[in-house]
Design a protein around this ligand. Structure first.
Ligand SMILES: *[C@@H]1O[C@H](CO)[C@@H](O)[C@H](O)[C@H]1NC(C)=O
Ligand SMILES: *[C@@H]1O[C@H](CO)[C@@H](O)[C@H](O)[C@H]1NC(C)=O
Ligand SMILES: *[C@@H]1O[C@H](CO)[C@@H](O)[C@H](O)[C@H]1NC(C)=O
Ligand SMILES: *[C@@H]1O[C@H](CO)[C@@H](O)[C@H](O)[C@H]1NC(C)=O
Ligand SMILES: *[C@@H]1O[C@H](CO)[C@@H](O)[C@H](O)[C@H]1NC(C)=O
Length: 671
């Protein structure tokens, strides 16, 4: 009975006669059902799935005195007829005043459940009904399939009118209404006992006040028709299931009082009809929604995949212990704005270097070096070294902050050096028009010497730099020299064919014995340092077009000046003679001593620092009469005895140092 709570759906072969308890309600002389929630209604006939179990209600007393005139009454209701087809309906429905509620013996179909074939038209029926007829039945002389009729005892109407209303708003013009329009509509049935006149009025739901002109105003003397008591209610009876009749609200009053108005907003809503509106929604919205969903999914997947690819890293179990030194690629990617070219600081021997800012580490400025490296072998050892190098701390070393690994690539994160690399100041006149003055150059040489000493002797392991040169010397904000890229050359020792020895370093800085044996030692670093010192003092590159006089090797060029006792003539002409002559002489001789082709003739870094600081006197190196290049060639060809023609005093301080390191090969020797 669930639908009853809200409205009265009058379904097929249904006869619903609704009454009220006259004892209780007559005192008020009226009732109102704005919807039927909680209403005490009696349902008669065949109700789908159920039957009323309530006892028959008491009928309404229609006459004040038995046999007297029928009292006036007024009734208003809101109905709707919902057919599956907009142009076709089953039989209609009716407002009924009848002597009995046991209507199940009456016929359905065109008899609306009120009468049957045999008793149709008999005055013994004692029934009045107002039909809302939606079917043209010729046997009852119906005028059309959309009319209202006033009927007494017979299916044949006494009076009829096409469904519609006289609109007061437009001065009383007639407007058609379709009974099967699925729209709720109002009907008023008013009986005046004094004038024996029955008025039937109709209006759409939104016309709340009864139109002044009724649809039908007929003289009907009910005194001769109905009994003293009768039941009032609604009836509908359909043979097929494609039409449903609804009564949404109903009010009733006696003795001339108008039926209480029904509030449209308080009425129950009709159940949504059919799947049509939904199918429209599905037809339009569903494909769009599906397409949007699929598109969104594709975009999300694409973004996820791109993100995965973009931020992909190589991370292995053994790296766990290096955790704190490990940067995520994503972090570096964002720090360098996606490794944009704008962030490129330079392209070094091992790869490109980008500037970055670590937002989450109080905007720390970093330099990220991308080293392409395919070998997996030896990576573990190398990373261990990188991390241990990360523990090196010296004011003349560029601090290594950590690393990150990707497929075929290693990223090293360093402190950012705001003044860039030294070589730019020495040669690149386009970007650095100002010439480094002598004090700066001397400080830089001393700084690099201090950094190298730390690597070679003052740290717990011996670290061979392998690539000392001007472009690996960086200048911080205070123009302090800081040695960068140390230990990186080791990467190229690992994982490659152990049979082949790769000489790593830069042409012009390679000690002769390094070229021969491929073995980097602190002493080969000292050689490179020597070349570097001359480079800084003379402002010339170590190789190629050193000077106009056909000299291609800086070392030999300087050596020649030195031999002629005019070492100071080799000093950078751009200084315009503004330099400390003693310091310059010291520097040139130190450079020549460090870059000596014979390893035993080179000093150790500790001595170098002492010479530079003036803590120990520079030993005199007697000039060789063969050029360094020749000497190196002879040395490498086994003419050592010939070459060792210089006094042993020069080597006395050096040989123990180089001897001590003769077994050291990079960092691994320290372990
Ligand atoms: C018609 O209705 C009357 C009561 O009004 C009943 O006695 C009669 O049996 C019904 N006839 C049919 C055919 O159902
Ligand atoms: C029904 O209405 C039509 C048209 O107004 C009219 O011709 C006919 O006489 C009416 N029938 C009855 C029974 O009133
Ligand atoms: C109203 O309905 C009748 C009968 O169906 C039709 O003849 C008439 O043209 C309609 N009038 C309007 C204004 O729709
Ligand atoms: C109505 O009919 C009753 C008898 O059936 C009669 O007494 C009464 O005078 C009639 N009233 C009118 C107004 O014709
Ligand atoms: C009419 O529509 C209702 C509700 O959509 C549906 O349940 C019923 O099967 C339909 N009946 C016919 C005859 O199409």
């Amino acid at each position: 009975m669930e639908p009853l709570r809200r409205f009265l759906p009058l379904l097929f072969l249904l006869v619903a006669v609704v009454s009220y308890d006259h004892g209780a309600v007559l005192a008020a002389d009226e009732f109102t059902y704005n919807g039927f929630g909680g209403a005490e209604l009696t349902l008669d006939g065949i109700w789908p799935g159920t039957r009323s179990t309530r006892p028959p209600p008491d009928p309404i007393r229609l006459r004040s005195t038995p046999g007297g005139a029928v009292r006036s009454f007024s009734c208003a209701f809101v109905f709707a007829i919902v057919s599956n087809f907009t142009v076709l309906s089953d039989n209609g429905m009716a407002f009924v005043v009848a002597p009995a509620t046991r209507l199940s013996t009456f016929n359905a179909g065109q008899y609306l459940g009120i009468l049957n074939v045999t008793d149709n038209g008999a005055s013994s029926n004692r029934v009045l009904f107002v039909e809302l007829d939606t079917m043209l039945n010729p046997e009852f002389q119906d005028m059309n399939s959309n009319h209202l009729g006033v009927n007494v005892n017979s299916m044949r109407s006494l009076y009829n009118h096409t469904a519609g209303y006289y609109d007061d708003a437009t001065g009383g013009t007639f407007n058609n209404l379709s009974l099967i329009s699925r729209q709720p509509m109002r009907v008023w049935v008013d009986y005046d006992g004094a004038t024996t006149r029955l008025d039937v009025t109709m209006a759409p739901l939104d016309v709340a006040t009864k139109p002044r002109k009724p649809l039908i105003s007929a003289p009907v003397n009910l005194s001769g028709v109905v009994d003293d008591t009768a039941f009032v209610g609604f009836s509908a009876a359909t043979g097929v299931i494609y039409t449903r009749h609804y009564v949404l609200g109903w009010s009733f009053a006696m003795d001339g009082a108008p039926a209480p108005p029904l509030d449209a907003s308080g009425l129950p809503k009709l159940p949504r009809f059919g799947p049509k509106p939904r199918s429209k929604v599905l037809e339009i919205v569903l494909p769009i929604a599906t397409a949007s969903f699929v598109l969104a999914l594709v975009v999300v997947v694409f973004l996820l995949v791109r993100r995965r690819i973009r931020y992909a890293e190589v991370r292995e179990d053994w790296e766990a212990e290096f955790g704190p030194h490990r940067f995520s690629y994503k972090e570096l990617y964002h720090a360098t704005k996606g490794f944009k070219n704008k962030q490129l600081l330079g392209t070094g021997g091992f790869g490109r270097v980008y500037k970055g800012v670590l937002k989450n580490k109080s905007n720390l400025e970093i330099a990220v070096k991308r080293v392409s490296h395919d070998s997996k072998q030896g990576m573990k050892e190398f990373i261990a070294e990188v991390v241990s190098i990360g523990h090196l701390r010296h004011r003349n070393l560029v601090q290594l902050l950590g690393y990150c690994r990707r497929k075929g690539e290693l990223l090293l994160v360093y402190d950012y050096m705001s003044n860039g690399s030294l070589d730019k100041y020495l040669y690149d006149k386009a970007t650095n028009p100002s010439v480094l003055h002598w004090e700066q150059r001397f400080q830089i040489i001393k700084g690099v010497a201090a950094g190298l000493l730390y690597l070679h002797e003052d740290w717990e392991q011996v670290v061979v730099h392998r690539d000392v040169k001007a472009s690996n010397v960086l200048l911080d904000a205070e123009m302090n020299a800081r040695l960068g890229d140390f230990g990186l050359a080791r990467l190229y020792d690992h994982g490659v064919d152990p049979q082949t020895t790769h000489v790593v370093g830069t042409m012009g800085y390679l000690a002769p014995e390094l070229v021969r044996t491929g073995k980097a030692t602190p002493v080969t670093d000292v050689f490179a340092f020597g070349v570097f010192v001359l480079e800084v003092a003379c402002g010339r590159r170590p190789l190629g077009c050193v000077a106009p006089d056909d000299q291609n090797v800086l070392l030999d060029w300087v050596q020649e000046y030195d031999r002629k006792g005019a070492a100071l003539d080799a000093v950078d002409a751009r200084l315009c003679g503004k330099y400390d002559a003693d310091e310059a002489r010291l520097v040139i001789r130190l450079g020549l001593m460090c870059a000596h082709p014979l390893p035993d003739a080179r000093p150790g870094m500790r001595q170098v620092v002492q010479y530079l600081d003036g803590d120990a006197p520079m030993p005199e190196v007697p000039p060789t009469y063969v050029s360094y290049t020749m000497l190196a060639l002879m040395h490498n060809d086994g003419f050592d005895s010939f070459a060792m023609s210089y006094p042993s005093t020069a080597t006395s301080g050096v040989s123990p140092v180089s001897g001590a390191f003769s077994d050291v090969s990079g960092l691994s020797g320290g372990r």
